[in-house]
Design a protein around this ligand. Structure first.
Ligand SMILES: Nc1ncnc2c1ncn2[C@@H]1O[C@H](COP(=O)(O)OP(=O)(O)OP(=O)(O)O)[C@@H](O)[C@H]1O
Length: 253
């Protein structure tokens, strides 16, 4: 089966520093691939390059449904980009402060000249938001509601893949599980592929099908099913990362 997203030898540089170093992975339809690794390992740079928001180095390949996206013009990229959409960490920051929730959610439809009528309510229902909130501004909503709106906006164009960069880490623990359940439910219903960047290893273990581990310097040191990775990590870096997470999770007395 052709992967939905096929990344091969991705290299990203900031100035003369290589922060993503020949990274390769794939994401299939209906699958969650988690990208884990300590802060600064290059996970967000990978996500931005996949989304076409950072230009990777020559020789990098990001294929979406078999089509190469590296080197596409802005206009060509816009057509492909409808199929893969980002959801970022900060639920307030990813919405426009002075735009109503309804307008924000339907903005991608206007940009792509698609019909808008009735879509805000449909999309809001899809993510468990009361359509009566469509006229509110972001600051009038809770963090969890804002993140639901961000997900609705990401779904507006009917994408097949979501790039989720820490989508629940800024949220209050009490609303996190609601968003996680929403994401897993949407994946089941819509067959979405997820590239899921996350520091919360118990959550990764819970929702990822496969996991790629990035080490500082931007290399992927290990890719495995979530079960294999958490029960029998092969690379010393992965073992240290998992051990550090257990250590941090230990209650202090
Ligand atoms: N715009 C930029 N200009 C220069 N350096 C950058 C830029 N963005 C990121 N970096 C550097 O690139 C490296 C990788 O950063 P990146 O944000 O991709 O890592 P990360 O694994 O996502 O980290 P975190 O988990 O903290 O978000 C870091 O050393 C970071 O300081």
């Amino acid at each position: 089966m052709k992967p939905l997203l096929d990344v091969t030898d991705l290299v990203v540089r900031h100035g003369d520093r290589t922060v993503v170093d020949r990274v390769s992975f794939r994401v299939d339809a209906g699958e969650t691939l988690a990208l884990i690794g300590e802060s600064g390992a290059g996970k967000s740079s990978t996500a931005l390059a996949v989304l076409g928001l950072l230009r990777p180095e020559p020789g990098s390949s990001v294929r979406f449904d078999g089509r190469e996206t590296v080197g596409l013009s802005g206009r060509q990229m816009r057509g492909v980009r409808a199929q893969f959409q980002p959801v970022f960490q900060d639920p307030y920051g990813s919405l426009t402060p002075r735009k109503t929730i309804g307008d924000t959610i339907t903005e991608p439809l206007r940009v792509h000249r698609r019909p808008v009528a009735g879509r805000a309510a449909e999309l809001m229902e899809l993510v468990g938001l009361d359509p009566a909130l469509a006229d509110r501004l972001p600051h009038e909503l809770s963090g969890g509601q804002c993140q639901r709106a961000g997900i609705a906006r990401a779904l507006a164009l009917g994408p097949r893949l979501l790039v989720l960069d820490e989508p629940v880490s800024a949220l209050d623990p009490s609303v996190r599980s609601g968003i996680v359940n929403l994401l897993t439910g949407l994946q089941d219903r819509l067959g979405l592929g997820y590239l899921f960047i996350c520091h919360d290893l118990p959550l990764v273990r819970h929702i990822a099908h496969r996991v790629a581990v990035m080490a500082p310097g931007g290399r992927v040191v290990e890719t495995a099913t979530a079960h294999a990775l958490f029960t029998a990590p092969q690379d010393p870096y992965t073992r240290d990362l998992l051990a550090a997470a257990v250590h941090h999770a230990r209650p202090t007395v």
